[in-house]
Ligand binder design. Sequence first.
Ligand SMILES: *Cc1c(COP(=O)(O)O)cnc(C)c1O
Length: 414
Amino acid sequence: MKKCNKKIIPINNIKILSLIKKYKSPLWMYSSETIKKQILKLKKFDIIRFAQKSCSNIHILKLMKRYGTKIDAVSLGEIERALKAGFKKNSNDIVYTSDIIEKNTLKKVIKYNIPINIGSIDMIKKIGKKSKNHKIWIRINPRFGHGHDKKTNTGGKNSKHGIWNTKLALKLIKKYNLNLIGLHMHIGSGVDYTHLKKVCNAMIQEAKKINLQLSYISAGGGLTIPYKKKDKKINIHDYYEIWNKARKKISKNLKCPIKLEIEPGRFLVAESGYLISTIESIKKVKNRIFILVNVGFNELIRPTLYGSYHYISILPQDNRKLNYSKMIDVIIGGPLCESGDIFTQKKNNKIYTIKIPKVKCGDFLIFHDVGAYGASMSSNYNSRPLIPEILIKKNKIIQIRRRQTIQEMLSLEI
Ligand SMILES: *Cc1c(COP(=O)(O)O)cnc(C)c1O
């Protein structure tokens, strides 16, 4: 059982209440200061490339640009988002990473002259036939994996990601005269230092085999954040040093300078995000209490999909004092017609209770650390419109996405 106590939010309760009054619950809220702080932690890396799929709002991308990061795009939609946010074509600003490339994406990637991080042999053939000398990376499957969940494990024989047969890839790269500029490995989300050394060694070995003058290596993403109080923070210094050693070795082996990239998603945005919801029903079911709020897994799918934990806090509607010495055990659920619409569930879908102070309908329930894979994974399931996103910039409050209307949602079909 997890205890619900106070965790700091970048703005005070009164301000959140006035924000809710203005923009209405439910809503997403982000703190730009937290994002800035996280970026600064990685400043030793030559290039920080934000994996935008974790939080793809154009205004978040603009912030990233202002703070000096480059951007990873995994679809044509994400490329267009990046361009809208001010990242440049004909440059190293955007890299397209995928295991496939569809016709329309291929056309645009060539037109915009955007480097491609290649994850399959078929992609090499497609780009090779259409765009000689195109700048490419290869994403290597090091033939082993890791990750916080089976569904986010991105290496080994059960992974669809990356290139298994680098020898064949190299042959084709030469055949088509493609310009190989970098090697990339992204091995699931989570950091374990012994495992990391294995990844770095694999990178060194692959670079040796390829034996071409490269410009970059990328450590991929996967840096975690402490979702639970007992979760350890990662030691960025150690993480960097392990990779930096690999970089130096590769640079020596290939006799050329190598820049070290990192490609975080979660690490930069997770802690900046909050999902504010309203308690709509306090429901007794036999001896259990279900707290039902006005957001479901159509907004935040991580608990349902991965059994992810999110810290939850309560904001009373009238700013009255809550009694934290008298807690109740509750299950938190959403409005969806779907039994899996429960926020307090584990990986095996087992439901658990958390302790919260006594609440009333109309009080606000806040999910913490939802900046990554929150809004960007949300959907219209149960025909619920997308909810607003609000950015807190020091003392400024900016709406960066308005609420979708039901008419807008239906318009595609009318
Ligand atoms: C998803 C993804 C990332 C970001 O992963 P995080 O765990 O959010 O850091 C980085 N690189 C690639 C290729 C990805 O697919």
